[in-house]
Write a protein that binds this ligand. Structure first.
Ligand SMILES: Cc1ncc(COP(=O)(O)O)c(C=O)c1O
Length: 389
C-alpha cells in the first residue's frame, strides 16, 4: 500500500501518547503520578451538565448549522467584544470541535503550498504538524524567547513569511506578554501584511492579577487579518466536550466554515448548548475558583522545583505548565529522561523535544497538591540517584 507521504511524515502527538502510556500503566496496577495532562482535573461545571441534559431532553440532537447554533455564535461574539473592547458580529464566529479543530480549519483556509508560517519555540505540539498538513512550512524565531517578539516578526516579514501563530499565555512556556511586549508586537505586525492567528485558549488562566495583554488591545485595526481562537476546554474544564471557536474576518471565517462543511459538519449539538450556558456566564463561580486553585498550585510546584539543584524555569504567569530545564550533566535526552522517569519512578511528564526544545521537561500543575508533591519528589529522587542532589 502507498499511503499519503504528507500524512506519513506527520509526527504523532507526544503528549497524547505519553498520557495514554501512563494510563495503561495505571490500568496494570502501577502507581503512576501524571503531571503530563493538558487538562484541568476539575469536573465540568453543573451549569454545563444541566444544559446538556436539557438539550437532550428537548430533542436538540440533530445537525446544527455548520458554524454553530446562532445562540452560541452570538454569545461568543458578545463575550469577545466585551473582552477586547471591539465589536464582533456572530458572522465572524465559527464554532468547531475544540480550539484544535478551529486552528486546523483556519490554517487550511489560509495556507497556500509552500507558505511559511512563524510559530513560537517552544511550540504547542500541534502547530508545526498542522501547518505541514495544510501544505505550509513552519519557521521558528531566532530570538530564543518563548513568545514571538516584535523583532521576530520584522525578521520574518523581511524574508517573506506569510503568517504567524501567537500563543499567550503559552503552552508549554506559561509565559504571558507584558503590555509593552504586546504593544511592540502589535506595532510590528501592523507594519507587515502577515496574517495572524492568536491562540488564546489559556486567556482565562492568568496569574498576574490582570488580563493577558493582546495585540488587538493596541492595534484594533489588525482584526482585518487576525483571528482569535479560544474555547471552553481549559477555562471551564470541558476538554471532552470538544467546543472551541474562531473569531475571524468574515472572508476567512467563510472559508473555515467551508472546510468544516466538507469534513466534520457541525460540532456536537449537545456540547454547543452546554457551552452556551458557560459562555453566557452561568459558571463564573467555578471559573474563578479553578483559577485560584491553579494559582496556588503554581506557587506550590515552583517552590518545590526550586529546591532541586540545576532545575531552571521561567515562573509561569499563565496556563498550567512549568517548562523546566534540567542539568545537562545527567546525560539524557528529554525523551530518554521522560521514558526512565515513567518506567523507574512512575512519573509521567512531557519531554521538551515534543515542543521543539531539548533538555527541558514540561510539568503540568493541573493536578492535585498531593500529586504535585509526589511528582516532584519522584523527579528529585531520580536525579539524586544519578548524583544530582
Ligand atoms: C496552545 C493550545 N492550543 C489549543 C489547544 C486545543 O484545545 P482544545 O482542547 O479546545 O482543542 C490546546 C490544548 O492542549 C493548547 O494547549
Amino acid at each position: 500500500m502507498n499511503y499519503s507521504r504528507n500524512i506519513a511524515g506527520l509526527q504523532p502527538s507526544a503528549t497524547l501518547q505519553l498520557t495514554a502510556r501512563a494510563a495503561e500503566l495505571t490500568r496494570q496496577g502501577r502507581s503512576i503520578i501524571a503531571l503530563s495532562a493538558g487538562q484541568p482535573d476539575f469536573p465540568s461545571p453543573p451549569a454545563a451538565r444541566e444544559a446538556a441534559v436539557r438539550a437532550m431532553e428537548q430533542g436538540r440532537t440533530g445537525y446544527t448549522p455548520t458554524a454553530g447554533i446562532p445562540e452560541l455564535r452570538e454569545a461568543v461574539a458578545s463575550a469577545t467584544s466585551r473582552r477586547r473592547g471591539i465589536e464582533f458580529k456572530p458572522a465572524e464566529v465559527v464554532v468547531s470541535c475544540g480550539a484544535k479543530h478551529s486552528l486546523a480549519n483556519l490554517l487550511m483556509a489560509v495556507i497556500n503550498p509552500g507558505d511559511r508560517v512563524l510559530i513560537p519555540l517552544p511550540y504547542w505540539v500541534s502547530y508545526p504538524e498542522m501547518v505541514r498538513l495544510a501544505g505550509g512550512q513552519p519557521v521558528y524565531p531566532g530570538s530564543g524567547r518563548s513568545l514571538i517578539t516584535a523583532a521576530d516578526v520584522e525578521e520574518a516579514a523581511a524574508s517573506g513569511v506569510s503568517g504567524v501563530i501567537l500563543n499567550s499565555p503559552g503552552n508549554p512556556s506559561g509565559c504571558v506578554y507584558t503590555p509593552a511586549e504586546a504593544r511592540e508586537l502589535a506595532d510590528a505586525l501592523a507594519a507587515t501584511r502577515m496574517w495572524v492567528i492568536s491562540d488564546d485558549i489559556y486567556e482565562d488562566l492568568v496569574f498576574t492579577g490582570s488580563a493577558a495583554p493582546h495585540i488587538l488591545d493596541f492595534r484594533p485595526e489588525l482584526r482585518e487579518r487576525a483571528v482569535i481562537v479560544s474555547g471552553v476546554s481549559k477555562t471551564f474544564a470541558m476538554t471532552g466536550w470538544r467546543i472551541g471557536w474562531a473569531v475571524a474576518p468574515v472572508d476567512w471565517a467563510k472559508l473555515a466554515i467551508r472546510v468544516q462543511e466538507h469534513t466534520t459538519s457541525n460540532p456536537c449539538s449537545i456540547s454547543q448548548w452546554a457551552s452556551l450556558a458557560v459562555v453566557s456566564g452561568a459558571a463564573e463561580g467555578e471559573r474563578r475558583s479553578m483559577l485560584a486553585a491553579f494559582a496556588s498550585r503554581r506557587d506550590l510546584i515552583c517552590s518545590l522545583l526550586s529546591g532541586i539543584p540545576g532545575m531552571s524555569f521561567p515562573r509561569p504567569e499563565g496556563a498550567f505548565y512549568v517548562f523546566a530545564g534540567y542539568p545537562p550533566s545527567i546525560g539524557l535526552s528529554s525523551a530518554g529522561l521522560c521514558g526512565l522517569l515513567l518506567d523507574e519512578e512512575g512519573l509521567a511528564v512531557i519531554p521538551g523535544s515534543a515542543f521543539g526544545v531539548e533538555n527541558r521537561l514540561r510539568l503540568s500543575f493541573a493536578a492535585s497538591d498531593g500529586d504535585i508533591r509526589g511528582g516532584v519528589e519522584r523527579l528529585s529522587s531520580f536525579l539524586a540517584k544519578r548524583g544530582i542532589r
